[in-house]
Design a binder for this molecule. Structure first.
Ligand SMILES: Nc1ncnc2c1ncn2[C@@H]1O[C@H](COP(=O)(O)OP(=O)(O)OP(=O)(O)O)[C@@H](O)[C@H]1O
Ligand SMILES: Cc1cn([C@H]2C[C@H](O)[C@@H](COP(=O)(O)O)O2)c(=O)[nH]c1=O
Length: 730
């Protein structure tokens, strides 16, 4: 029904302009009459706009809609009738102008009442977007096109048929009757068919006891003090301003492309096409992407496309730009109104929507007018730079500046409303398009430092983990040494499943899931609690191992492994990753020298380990600030010194006075849960007995669950005495 009414509105808008211009024979007067009636249709927004929303919040919305529609029916219907009773052209146009003005003023009360009522008809918030899509596509996409086509087909049909119709049955007159009748139909449907939107909540009842002026002020205060609503309102205006600038500059811009008059209509139509495509298909494409993020992204898209238009030198490029401007603006409007529907209380919804609807009209009008004026000030100027001279057209400069301002607004609203802070934007967008949105990082107070050692087999990770832990412990810090897989009791069992040669190994996807399961449990039960209490957590392997081994090694899609790990860890990232880069031949040679046999992964091909190595290096290159890449062929002491130097900044000054040895913590002994390379289960769970040490730096594996070591290092001693509750705190 709303679609039909919207069709009536659009056809009425065009017909009123045509009807007024048809009253004159002189082309200048025709143009003025056409433009004047259209402007009058937009003008009431300026006058009544500010208080229109108060009606929607103050009075019964059903009656408000019915009464305003009946008034519109009478006024719109009177326009063709006045001409039929033989009034002079001047009087007909004057009456058409007055009737249009009254009708549009009344529309400003009808729209917020309708907008505020719709969410109350929907059972779930998830239906809001679909309902908005339908409304926007029909209002701004389908019905204006149908109206224009319908009217021109009717006119052309009558002309070609040669039938002489009576005055009252002329196509424009018929269109005006249709406009009026569509309002009558809406009034009847709302009155008899949508009774649910009638009545008032207790909150609205209470608010209505204030004066209208007070209620009006309250609406503005609500927008001002609610950052999300403020950001949304400004963002929506920004998107429409970008569209308005393009429309205002389109005529001269089309000429600058040397594409003639037709290019103007083409560009104009393409913006509306983009609008319809964006609103219709956008949500399907981005799926579960956060609507708050999508809103800001779309403003940037629309504005960036305006800038692109400023640089386009061929009509085909300009059409792509125009399509994207429309799509960005449409999607921003959809996301913005959907968020507003969901976030704004019923009691103030009418006023907020009045500000949006009316503001959008005013911004559009202003942007179109200003852009038209500015481009009129100068066309193409030749700028002499001394060494060379360039052509600078004011239209293009305007588009570039407007686009840049729009991008600034878009980034501002993105930052203000971002509900997934810390989640990389592009990865989030790609993940959402593929149907796997990234989760926002789990929030927790993190006072500790998280250091991870990564690298291929035998790179010397365990050796360096031990060295670093010894150093930090000697400084009296709270240190937790851990590893993946197998740091927890559950992890120990998973380690057996993924590395044990004696069993049928898991398939690549199952392997990826097992490592992710180990990681999820490890992070939740050991890493996060330690970081929360301020410990330095040193892990032998973490997420990068999955990206390198399961991603590059097993050739599973790296994005998917990344998403899986991000989900498993709740987005927890290390502060520093030390990558010990080693030639696989050298590393595997060192492992072989330990004489413990190769586990399932160590037994993989040379090519597999080469892929793993380069994947690690790629990851480091992509985020150099968080990585320290060291040549693992260097002597152990040199590597340890480089790690310590890099760590100094991260961990800060050691606590004073430094306890002389870890044993001074006086914690109960807990056997090292050394897991053998064959993947035997790790011994005691760190959830109950403290952190787990990685394999002995000496490289001599101990029996599963055994606490004894052939050559105990400081780390092994530490593992025996560390207790989560009693370690020295930094
Ligand atoms: N910089 C180095 N130069 C030469 N040998 C080293 C160096 N660092 C460690 N090693 C030796 O290489 C072997 C493997 O070291 P380590 O266990 O620390 O490596 P890793 O990366 O933890 O191995 P894994 O991949 O099995 O976890 C050990 O015997 C160790 O003594
Ligand atoms: C965390 C993690 C590890 N791996 C592989 C890498 C190694 O081959 C073993 C772990 O053995 P280590 O002696 O303890 O280094 O597991 C993996 O493939 N994916 C991962 O996420």
């Amino acid at each position: 029904m709303l679609g039909a009414a919207s069709f009536g509105d659009w056809i009425g808008l065009l017909a009123t302009g045509l009807f007024a211009s048809a009253q004159f024979s002189n082309s200048a007067a025709q143009g003025a009459a056409f433009g004047g009636t259209i402007a009058v249709r937009l003008l009431p927004a300026l006058l009544l706009g500010p208080i229109a929303g108060v009606f929607a919040d103050r009075f019964d919305r059903r009656y408000t809609m019915v009464i305003t529609d009946l008034i519109r029916f009478v006024f719109y219907g009177s326009i063709p009738v006045v001409a039929l009773v033989g009034a002079s052209p001047a009087l007909v146009v004057t009456w058409a102008t007055i009737a249009t003005f009254v009708g549009e003023t009344i529309t400003l009360i009808w729209i917020p009442a309708k907008e505020a009522a719709v969410p109350n008809l929907l059972q779930h918030k998830s239906q809001i977007e679909v309902s908005n899509q339908l409304t926007l596509v029909t209002t701004y996409g389908i019905t204006p096109i149908l109206a224009a086509l319908g009217l021109s087909a009717l006119t052309a049909g009558v002309q070609h048929s040669g039938v002489a119709l009576p005055d009252w049955a002329q196509p424009v007159q018929l269109a005006l009757y249709l406009n009026a009748l569509s309002r009558l139909a809406t009034a009847l449907v709302v009155f008899f068919g949508i009774r649910e939107i009638g009545g008032k909540s207790a909150e609205r009842q209470q608010a209505a006891e204030q004066s209208m002026f007070h209620q009006f002020l309250d609406g503005w205060k609500y927008i001002g003090r609610t950052p999300l609503v403020r950001g949304l309102v400004l963002g929506i205006f920004g998107a429409f301003a970008a569209g308005g600038v393009v429309i205002g500059a389109a005529r001269t811009y089309a000429t600058s492309l040397g594409a003639g008059e037709a290019a103007f209509y083409l560009l104009f139509g393409t913006i509306f096409l983009g609008l319809a495509v964006g609103i219709g298909l956008g949500p399907m494409i981005v799926k579960e992407l956060s609507r708050r993020r999508w809103f800001g992204m779309n403003i940037v898209l629309a504005s960036g496309s305006v800038m692109f238009l400023g640089l386009a030198f061929h009509l085909s490029m300009a059409l792509v730009g125009a399509l994207l401007v429309g799509a960005g603006a449409g999607m921003a409007f959809l996301a913005g109104t959907t968020l507003l529907y969901g976030e704004v209380d019923d009691a103030v919804r009418g006023r907020v929507f009045a500000v949006v609807q009316i503001g959008v009209r005013m911004v559009l009008l202003l942007a179109i007018t200003l852009a038209g004026l500015l481009v009129g000030l100068g066309s193409s100027r030749r700028l002499d730079l001394g060494v060379a001279s360039v052509d600078v057209s004011s239209t293009r400069v305007l588009l570039l500046v407007a686009g840049a301002v729009g991008i600034w607004v878009g980034i501002g609203s993105f930052r203000q409303m971002d509900d997934k802070k810390g989640v990389p934007i592009l990865a989030d967008l790609i993940g959402s398009v593929r149907g796997r949105p990234l989760a926002p990082p789990e929030e927790f107070v993190r006072t500790g430092v998280f250091v991870v050692f990564e690298g291929g087999e035998g790179a010397g990770k365990s050796t360096q983990v031990t060295r670093l832990a010894d150093k930090l412990l000697a400084e009296g810090r709270d240190v937790v040494v851990t590893r993946e897989p197998g740091a927890t009791d559950l992890g120990g069992r998973i380690r057996g499943l993924v590395l044990d040669h004696s069993e049928d190994g898991p398939s690549p996807r199952a392997e990826a899931l097992l490592y992710a399961a180990d990681r999820a449990h490890h992070v939740a039960t050991l890493v996060r609690p330690a970081l929360a209490r301020g410990a330095v957590v040193i892990s032998d392997r973490y997420v990068d191992s999955s990206l390198a081994y399961q991603g590059a090694g097993r050739t599973l899609p790296v994005q998917e492994i990344s998403w899986l790990s991000s989900w498993a860890t709740g987005g927890l990232k290390p502060d520093l990753v030390v990558l010990l880069d080693v030639d696989p031949g050298v590393g595997l040679g060192r492992v072989g020298a330990r004489g413990a046999g190769a586990d399932r992964l160590e037994s993989e091909s040379k090519a597999f380990h080469e892929r793993v190595r380069y994947a690690f290096l790629d990851l480091a290159a992509a985020d150099p600030k968080r990585y320290l890449v060291l040549d693992a062929a260097r002597p152990t002491d040199e590597i340890a010194a480089a790690v310590a130097a890099r760590l100094a900044d991260l961990v800060g000054e050691p606590p004073t006075p430094a306890p002389s040895a870890p044993a001074t913590s006086g914690s109960s002994a807990s056997p090292s849960p050394e897991a053998s390379a064959s993947g035997s289960p790790a011994a005691p769970s760190p959830e109950t007995s403290g952190p787990v040490a990685p394999p002995s730096a000496s490289g001599s594996p101990s029996a599963p669950g055994s606490s004894s070591k052939s050559s105990p290092s400081a780390l092994e001693e530490m593992a025996e005495v560390l207790d989560l509750d009693e370690t020295p705190k930094s």
